[in-house]
Design a protein around this ligand. Structure first.
Ligand code: AMP
Ligand code: MN
Ligand code: MN
Ligand code: MN
Length: 277
């Protein structure tokens, strides 16, 4: 059994359409899968039909952007009802914030000497409701400003880079509420990717997530080093949390592992799938 509960399609900033992504993952031997696009469940219905047709166990999902203090945190919601009304309203709100942020990012880039890339980034984005920094990275590459995605994030778009724009995402607790309200289980995405000046802040984040109603952690993720897993497992034991595994796959030429290749579900822990119907 190969499990992967975190990946992106063209419904957000991934390369493959939902059905093509399911096909690709099945070809790599993935048997249990979830689609978790940024701030939208628009790809879920297509992915579910494809995954079930391929004989995979499928879970609906979303990766909700939120903030905790000054940090942008990601909470994955698994098993959500993708037609939930509050979720749909939130998705609409995210779309507006992302469109507004796109203009602000483009302005910052222009102040740094880049051409106006707002229109092009929107054109590149397959789902106009999710204009992502990845689409700006592609526009920067296309315009010949940078050589690759890494350079785009290092020089311009990364969380500590000069064209970064903090969007008014919901608070961590509101993101967890949104997921739970839509019938889903809240999973803290890639805890090892958040950089805090003080290391104890990360422990505080996990504690707040649990207090807010979060029930699982990504203990194995394509977006965090493998060496981080033991610390995640310690938290899972301390707070009696379930555990999840995800590649965070975006594209075939990307920097992250392919679907199903982030690593196995650790033994002796409660897999998040045990909490899902
Ligand atoms: P957004 O949700 O639009 O702010 O964009 C976040 C996305 O940008 C993430 O999901 C990643 O796909 C990508 N990203 C963020 N930081 C980096 C980075 N340092 N290197 C490469 N990609 C990144
Ligand atoms: Mn992404
Ligand atoms: Mn993420
Ligand atoms: Mn992700």
């Amino acid at each position: 059994m190969t499990i992967d509960l975190h990946m992106h399609s063209t419904a957000s900033d991934g390369e493959l359409a939902p059905a093509a992504l399911m096909q690709f993952a099945a070809g790599l031997g993935v048997t249990t899968i979830a689609l978790t696009d940024h701030d939208t469940a628009a790809g879920v219905a297509e992915a579910r039909a494809a995954a079930q047709g391929l004989g995979m166990q499928f879970y609906s999902g979303i990766e909700v952007s939120c903030q905790w203090g000054k940090r942008c945190i990601h909470v994955v919601g698994l098993g959500i009802d993708e037609e939930n009304a509050a979720l749909a309203a939130a998705v609409e709100h995210f779309a507006q914030q992302r469109a507004r942020r796109a203009r602000d990012i483009a302005d910052k880039l222009m102040a740094l000497g880049c051409p106006d890339l707002c229109e092009r980034a929107v054109e590149i984005a397959p789902n106009k409701a999710v204009i992502s920094r990845n689409h700006f990275a592609q526009a920067l590459i296309e315009a010949g400003v940078v050589k690759n995605q890494q350079e785009a994030f290092d020089r311009f778009l990364g969380d500590n880079a000069p064209a970064f724009v903090m969007a008014p995402w919901p608070e961590l607790t509101a993101a967890v509420d949104l997921i739970r309200g839509a019938g889903g289980v809240a999973v803290l995405a890639h805890p090892g990717r958040y950089s805090f000046k003080k290391d104890w802040m990360l422990d505080a984040l996990v504690e707040e997530f649990v207090k807010a109603g979060g029930r699982a952690l990504e203990v194995v993720s394509g977006s965090q080093p493998a060496e981080f897993t033991p610390r995640c497992l310690d938290w899972a034991r301390k707070y009696d949390l379930a555990v999840s595994v995800g590649s965070d796959f975006h594209s075939r030429k990307g920097i992250r592992p392919l679907p199903g290749q982030a690593g196995p579900m650790p033994e002796g822990m409660t897999p998040v799938t045990a909490l899902l119907p």
